[in-house]
Ligand binder design. Structure first.
Ligand SMILES: Cc1cc2nc3c(=O)[nH]c(=O)nc-3n(C[C@H](O)[C@H](O)[C@H](O)COP(=O)(O)OP(=O)(O)OC[C@H]3O[C@@H](n4cnc5c(N)ncnc54)[C@H](O)[C@@H]3O)c2cc1C
Length: 464
């Protein structure tokens, strides 16, 4: 018997799942399938609040990867028609064709509460310092409603699936806002704004920063916008020296659409549709009409450019404030559970393949507390829904005391085709006045302090 099944803990108490995104819903479905009481607390007025925020983006994983098994079982009882396995939904379609119908099944509808924001988690009668008997104390969860009313919920276990989408990284390469960023907030968007429908982007000079799939989606949408708003200027500040990781594994990417996203962007860049500043980061923003942005460039003098709007697609980080009283063991760099960290940390890992993992990697020192879904990756990218579904299947089995099932992790993830071992080797030769960085990345239009150079199969920067 483990602590979370101990009779003194009050097994009549529910398991509380924080967040009704795809993974939180799946957690609820797996717990219900095992006959375990569950409460699903969602901060937003509906399920999938974060997914709906990027509803215009098409997922690169097809439906076959996007539907959880226990959730499917609930849906099939209602006569739900499963979408075609090979199709790629948008975020909006993920919501209308899967998350919303799932939330409306009688089983989930009876356990989900909307407009219920978790403010803090602790253990009944135990602040973080107090140890003796701690594991047998139920969790206490402070919940706030939109009108400010607060209440306490008790739980035998907690699964935090609250995501990271509400905590976008700021612009600074040091993880902080750059000077002027906060003052310019009215012209800065974080994440993946819908530039095709938001009139504020047409015929404007847009600076994009970030080099992940979100940045790729935004840049391709801006190129599409320019078809009908030809004065739109697209400027891309890239911190790194190579775009090979984003351009991706192409045909080697086991998710075809993800490979195609990288290839399309590569073609747009090669065709000069996007002005790229490599090894450049935003250092300062001067508010005014337009915004005056100083780009810090490695080995080159800073460059000052004028833009109308900035889009920051530099990833997200987990909100840990509500977990201040929970005993956590997180990696200091990624802020993901420590055992999981080496598998997802982009400093040491890049293939998009993560060793199958479950309750053991996600459990925290406070017995019965788990972090799952995209929040389990902390600041690391490349989380896939399929990973989250297997995480919560394993956690639900562990809470039920079925350790054989909990440890029988079955997860085969599609590879990106881009690994540390096959990324181009960058060579750099620099002095204080000149710099040249070369890699085998594809053609890139690079603007440096001394003009524009186009290079095929080689990224060459600096020169003067
Ligand atoms: C643009 C984009 C494209 C992506 N494409 C893919 C793809 O193609 N394939 C793929 O597998 N993955 C993809 N992902 C990654 C990942 O699968 C998604 O981010 C997914 O939404 C993660 O699900 P989740 O349930 O872990 O978290 P989320 O979807 O972020 O859900 C978290 C939920 O918790 C709620 N919440 C937050 N704080 C609280 C609180 N304090 N109290 C109560 N509720 C709270 C939120 O309102 C939200 O509903 C993509 C991500 C993004 C951003």
């Amino acid at each position: 018997m483990n602590a979370i099944n101990h009779p003194n803990l009050g097994n009549d108490l529910p398991v509380i799942v924080i967040g009704a995104g795809p993974v939180g819903l799946a957690a609820a479905a797996h717990l219900l399938a095992r006959g375990i009481g569950v409460k699903l607390l969602e901060a937003g007025p509906d399920v999938g609040s974060h997914v709906r925020d990027w509803g215009h983006i098409r997922l690169f994983s097809p439906w076959s990867y996007n539907i959880d098994a226990a959730s499917r079982a609930l849906l099939l009882k209602t006569g739900w028609q499963a979408p075609r396995r090979s199709q790629h939904p948008t975020g909006a379609e993920l919501y209308t064709q899967y998350l919303k119908p799932l939330a409306e099944t009688p089983e989930i509808a009876s356990v989900v509460e909307y407009d219920a924001r978790v403010i803090a988690v602790s253990r009944l009668g135990f602040d973080k310092m107090k140890s003796s008997g701690r594991d047998l104390a139920p969790f206490t969860i402070l919940v706030r409603k939109p009108d400010g009313a607060e209440r306490i919920e008790l739980a035998r276990a907690v699964i935090d699936c609250s995501g990271t989408w509400s905590q976008h990284n700021p612009i600074g390469t040091n993880g902080l806002p750059v000077p002027g960023e906060i003052a310019a907030r009215d012209r800065i968007a974080y994440g993946t704004p819908d530039v095709l429908t938001d009139v504020r982007y047409a015929n404007q000079r847009i600076l994009v920063t970030g080099a992940g799939h979100s940045a790729a989606n935004v840049l391709l949408d801006l190129v599409a916008l320019r078809q009908r708003a030809p004065q739109t200027e697209i400027i891309w500040a890239v911190r790194g020296a190579s775009l090979a990781r984003l351009f991706g594994g192409g045909a080697n990417d086991k998710l075809e659409a993800r490979g195609a996203l990288g290839r399309s962007l590569e073609n747009m860049v090669a065709g000069g549709q996007i002005t790229v500043h490599m090894q450049s980061s935003i250092a300062h923003i001067e508010t005014g009409e337009p915004l005056t942005v100083t780009l810090r460039r490695q080995h080159l003098d800073p460059m000052v450019i004028e833009v109308d709007r900035i889009i920051v697609a530099t990833g997200q980080r987990p909100d840990l404030t509500m977990l201040r009283e929970v005993r956590l063991d997180l990696d200091p760099a990624t802020e993901s559970p420590r055992i999981l960290a080496p598998m997802v940390d982009p400093n040491v890992h890049s293939c998009g393949t993560v060793r199958p993992h479950g309750h053991r990697e996600l459990a925290q020192p406070d017995a019965g507390f788990y972090i799952a879904g995209i929040k389990s990756y902390g600041r690391a990218p490349t989380f896939l829904l399929a990973t989250g579904y297997e995480q919560v299947r394993s956690i639900a089995a562990a809470i039920a005391g079925d350790l054989a099932a909990a440890d029988d992790i079955q997860l085969e993830l599609p590879e990106t085709g881009v690994c540390s071992t096959n990324l181009p080797v960058e060579t750099s030769s620099c002095s204080s006045s000149s710099c040249s960085t070369q890699s085998e990345s594809p053609a890139v239009q690079v603007v440096s302090g001394c003009g524009t150079s186009k290079a095929k199969q080689t990224t060459t920067q600096g020169c003067c």
